[in-house]
Design a protein around this ligand. Sequence first.
Ligand SMILES: *Cc1c(COP(=O)(O)O)cnc(C)c1O
Length: 463
Amino acid sequence: MRYVSTRGQAPTLGFGEAMLTGLARDGGLYVPETVPVLTADEIADLGGLSYEEAAFRVMRPFVGDAFTDAEFRAAIDAAYAGFGHTARAPLVQLAPNHFLLELFHGPTLAFKDFAMQLIGQLFQIALARDGKRVTIVGATSGDTGSAAIEAFRGLANVDVFILFPHGRVSDVQRRQMTTPSEDNVHALALDGDFDDCQARLKDMFNHFEFRDAVGLAGVNSINWARVLAQVVYYFTSAVSLGAPGRRVSFTVPTGNFGDIFAGTIAKRMGLPVDKLVIATNQNDILHRCLTTGRYETTGVTPSISPSMDIQVSSNFERALFDAYGRDGRAVAQLMDEMKAEGGFSVSQGALQSLRDLYASGHVSEEETLATIARMRATTGELLCPHSAVGVAVAEAHRDPSVPMITLATAHPAKFPDAVEKASGHRPPLPDRMADLFSRPERVTRVPNDLAALEALVHERRRR
Ligand SMILES: *Cc1c(COP(=O)(O)O)cnc(C)c1O
């Protein structure tokens, strides 16, 4: 299995290299050259399997010879062993033909654990085999950083540094980053906002001397291996509702388009997906693009679903690549236009193909809070604000004859203030992390200064 860049210029890579590289050298994102298709029998056979076995069967064709079967199985087993639910991704029913896919039973209570836990294991196997070390540096507004630290803590060949904006993440998010005691973990509280964190991270990647000296690696959501890991739960949930004999639809709370793009891959692999619905909060660049054909930034408005507060949706580039008939040059042109003018218009043909694949909707802050309250009252379920955005959009797109699965992307206890404001209930942390607030914290306050950050990484990383 080979991977090609969405901008058509970078060399094609195997799965292992694409995973360790992250971003392609032409600035594009890696996508599989061809998408393997599972037969109806192969899909039906996933029913009743453990999540781990289903994961192996769904992902195996994408991995090629990068890992042996035994290595890949061991990585999957280790990745999900720390989840708080044996089903890993259980479905609960909200209403007739409306289901919630709970993706928040991982160690940091957000769906990002599904991918991050797996790539932690895969990085470790690949690096140990080649005798290499890497330094992972990430910027986070909360969920990605905690998931990355949890996935890479204690791994022998990896040092992990996470930049988060000082004073601007929730207490639960901060403690998930500052309480791991392993000496390869470094939580850095930067004096600045999330954009400053991301800008310094970009500076480090563009400083080639530093990048090569420390073996810098990225694990943000454009990493193909993260998308792949998320394909699995589209299959397991659909099969448990009768696929492939029955079509199902999905609504996905969306920010960087990684999670819903995984649903797109599942569909292309042969899963009978009726609708894929993009749900956004008031930061609705994707909904506006599908509605008007114009993809344009308007600045970020902070919301109660902060993990979806984005300016540009990085993984959307993968959908554009397909919509433009896999023409890398056309995609590169759009991205240049984006850089120069802050936006671009999607061609008629490409827009039509996007509209054939995706529906979309956006939700105000008030509707989000009202949805949390209503779901608590009518079903007993407490939703996190991101999942509530999904449920509200799903209700507007429901076809009573097709089961709708809404993805619940975080546990309500990760966003207790918004949930309490909406419902009057303050969700407690699950038992297995009830001591989060009594564990000692370890954090370094850092200035918003590239030279100081690079010096700190040099000094702290193990050799
Ligand atoms: C990251 C995140 C999202 C958005 O996922 P994308 O893959 O970026 O679209 C939604 N909800 C939560 C809780 C998240 O952490």
